[in-house]
Design a protein around this ligand. Structure first.
Ligand code: FEO
Length: 400
């Protein structure tokens, strides 16, 4: 991989092809990268670290770039352990390194790694000179932890953005979007942004989705900077697609979506599943884009992705214990936790002796200010097309 981003910026991150579930929750079908960067001048700064499992590879990446030169500063933009868990190792190898971070990160560094000394605390707009290179620091709280900040390399108009503008997916080829490719993606897309877009949506919706308001605040703050390059902690370095990724994060954090339907269902004996598939078939007949997710067999990660992608959400759930069948409740709960709004909503599901799931799903949707397409379809016992007129529902969706 070409790790030279510029004469002064080198990529020293790693690709993780081994982890199956990220954060114990989210699948990684294409892996993930933990990005870290060196800024090399009279002084050297390391921007974030990487995941602890990769210490040998990570240290080797650093040495290949700077040999035995010492690193003067470790900039900690974000304390989540996928980026900070080699902090202790770096301190052992570079004992004089000075940690540069903000006040909110200091107790976290102590709490996670027992490190309390040689820390330089920066505030909004503070700068650090490396010689002929200047790093400026801007706070970006809750993008996605409270201590998050970003670092701007003034002379190269480069933003080290932490998780912001990141994606799932390991990176093949070079790290820059001029030649980066999503690892394992067989059918290459027309460009790097198009190829990573679904994994960016999944990353955003799964991990950052709750924080739309704070992402908006950060975007507003950063709009005052001229940004030519974005070095995120996950995924490609954006050079050709800076405007695309900034516009897309803006859209996602406003909860704006394209026309289409995310159908997510959970079914015990197949009746709610048949209703879901009937809705999908009727939407297809009308040329409406949709995705269909079985919440009993599929990780909910993909349904969250499409709930952020499409402007309509349809949830199917039988009634269970006079409540919503748990896999569907889990999905709906996650949508509410992520404050998903600006969506049209439709609920459906079977019951045997008393229906509750559709009513309860509708109540949750209304609390999120979602617009109900109809009162939903709650049907007794077995599925029949007569009980579930999905043609009428699809018609309503396609006309609205
Ligand atoms: Fe990739 Fe919030 O850590």
């Amino acid at each position: 991989m070409n790790r030279k981003i510029s004469e002064k910026i080198r990529y020293v991150g790693v690709n993780d092809h081994h982890k199956v579930i990220f954060e114990g929750l989210w699948p990684l079908p294409f892996g993930v990268s933990y990005n870290s960067y060196l800024v090399i001048d009279d002084k050297i700064a390391l921007i974030d670290t990487a995941e602890a499992d990769f210490s040998n590879e990570y240290l080797s990446n650093i040495r290949k770039q700077i040999g035995n030169r010492p690193i003067d500063y470790l900039v900690v933009n974000h304390m989540e352990p996928d980026h900070s868990s080699l902090l202790g190792v770096i301190r052992e190898i570079y004992p004089d390194i000075r940690i540069v971070t903000n006040a909110k990160a200091v107790p976290m560094i102590g709490g996670y790694y027992g490190v309390t000394d040689n820390i330089h605390v920066v505030k909004e707009g503070d700068t650090l000179s490396l010689g002929n290179s200047t790093l400026a620091f801007y706070m970006a709280p809750m993008v996605h932890w409270p201590e998050t900040m970003v670092t701007y390399f003034v002379e190269e108009k480069t933003l080290f953005s932490g998780d912001a503008f990141g994606t799932f997916g390991a990176v093949d080829g070079g790290i820059a979007d001029t030649d980066a490719r999503l690892c394992g993606w067989l059918d290459k897309s027309e460009n790097c942004f198009a190829e990573f877009k679904d994994e960016m949506t999944r990353y955003y919706s799964n991990i950052v989705g709750k924080y739309g308001q704070t992402v908006q605040a950060a975007l507003k703050k950063l709009s005052g900077l001229e940004i030519k390059r974005i070095c995120s902690t996950h995924g490609p370095v954006w050079e050709n697609h800076v405007a695309d990724v900034v516009a897309y994060y803006d859209k996602l954090s406003r909860y704006e979506a394209e026309r289409g339907v995310c159908i997510a269902y959970a079914s015990m004996y197949g009746n709610t599943a048949q209703a879901a598939k009937s809705l999908a078939a009727e939407l297809a007949k009308r040329g409406v884009k949709y995705s269909l997710h079985n919440l009993c067999t599929e990780n909910v990660s993909y349904a969250y992705r499409d709930a952020f992608k499409y402007d309509t959400i349809a949830i199917g759930a039988p009634t269970y214990n006079n409540d919503i069948f748990p896999p569907a409740y889990n999905f709906m709960y996650g949508l509410c936790a992520r404050l998903v709004k600006n969506r049209r909503f439709f609920a459906f599901g079977s019951f045997t002796w008393a229906g509750a799931s559709v009513r309860l799903l509708n109540e949750m949707a209304k609390k999120q200010d979602m617009e109900l397409i109809s009162e939903g379809i709650s049907f007794p016992q077995g599925y029949t097309p007569e009980k579930c007129n999905m043609a009428a529902v699809a018609e309503l969706i396609s006309k609205q």
